[in-house]
Design a protein around this ligand. Structure first.
Ligand SMILES: CC(C)(COP(=O)(O)OP(=O)(O)OC[C@H]1O[C@@H](n2cnc3c(N)ncnc32)[C@H](O)[C@@H]1OP(=O)(O)O)[C@@H](O)C(=O)NCCC(=O)NCCS
Length: 247
């Protein structure tokens, strides 16, 4: 499939830059290669209002019948991104090429959905959430946020981290491959790259500095970690209820 066709199909949601195979998310290398080919083929072009970008990756435009609310004020959805009907995009927000945003999801102000990120149904990306893009290497799985997950304001999720269905990431939490995740319910540390389990409630914690940093240890310095403090219960749902009222 050439890049034009790939971008068209990405926008229709008929191909995706990652998919679940036997319960595991895998990158769709062919699609990611086509996106890279589009960048290569693109020539710089002057768009209205003084914007300059590759001519073949213009901002997408929506019509009322698409049933996507993109509130005026500086948001942009790039060519080759899929946005389902029922999505709400508050300004300013950016959804990059290859991203997939499923129905009922809220992309709040100052949120970034990076290239190829996969966002499920009824996800809440609160204000200032940064979902990193993973275009290269083509074999690397992108950030995946599964259905009904809640990502609190200012959270940063990068480097192909996967957040399973219904998980709750507290405001300000940073999830990257270098940040260990302690599951305090099951008393274990997640493997590097292991998905955040379904319905986990994750907050920011701190741990003693690595043992090889002897000076830091002597001073009692701490390093960032993430902690699963509980699994979602009725109290958590009540804490997140506000969201329903916004729709
Ligand atoms: C993450 C969150 C949803 C969890 O809610 P919850 O399930 O009711 O959590 P609980 O109150 O049962 O928390 C359990 C413990 O973890 C602590 N805790 C909860 N969130 C924490 C956080 N972000 N950082 C540190 N500790 C936290 C609580 O103080 C509590 O401690 P305690 O047992 O000593 O009292 C909630 O803390 C939160 O961050 N809400 C903000 C949601 C939001 O952004 N809403 C805006 C919608 S637009």
């Amino acid at each position: 499939m050439n890049w034009q066709e790939t971008l068209d199909q990405l926008e229709k949601g008929t191909v995706r830059s990652a998919f679940k195979l036997d319960g595991k998310w895998v990158a769709n290398k062919e699609v990611k290669e086509a996106i890279l080919a589009a960048f290569k083929a693109g020539e710089l072009h002057q768009f209205p209002n003084g914007f300059v970008d590759k001519h073949n990756l213009p901002p997408r435009e929506f019509k009322p019948e698409d049933k996507i609310r993109m509130v005026p004020g500086g948001s942009s959805v790039r060519r080759g991104a899929y946005v389902s009907s029922g999505v709400i995009i508050m300004p300013p927000a950016y959804i990059n090429v290859g991203a997939y945003v499923d129905t009922g999801t809220m992309v709040d102000s100052h949120a970034l959905v990076g290239s190829c990120a996969q966002i499920g149904k009824n996800v809440h990306l609160s204000a200032g959430v940064q979902i990193g893009g993973v275009l290269e290497p083509v074999g690397q799985t992108p950030v995946v946020i599964e259905d009904n997950a809640f990502i609190g304001a200012g959270a940063v999720i990068v480097e192909g981290i996967q957040v399973s269905e219904g998980a709750v990431i507290a405001p300000g939490t940073i999830l990257s491959r270098g940040v260990p995740v302690y599951d305090c319910v099951h008393e274990r540390i997640l493997e590097i790259g292991e998905p955040i389990p379904p319905y986990a409630v994750v907050v920011t914690g701190s741990r003693p500095a690595s043992t090889n940093l002897t000076w830091a240890n002597k001073l009692g310095l701490q390093m960032r970690c993430a902690m699963i403090i509980k699994y979602k219960d009725a109290k958590t749902s009540a804490a997140l209820e506000l969201e329903g009222l916004l729709r």
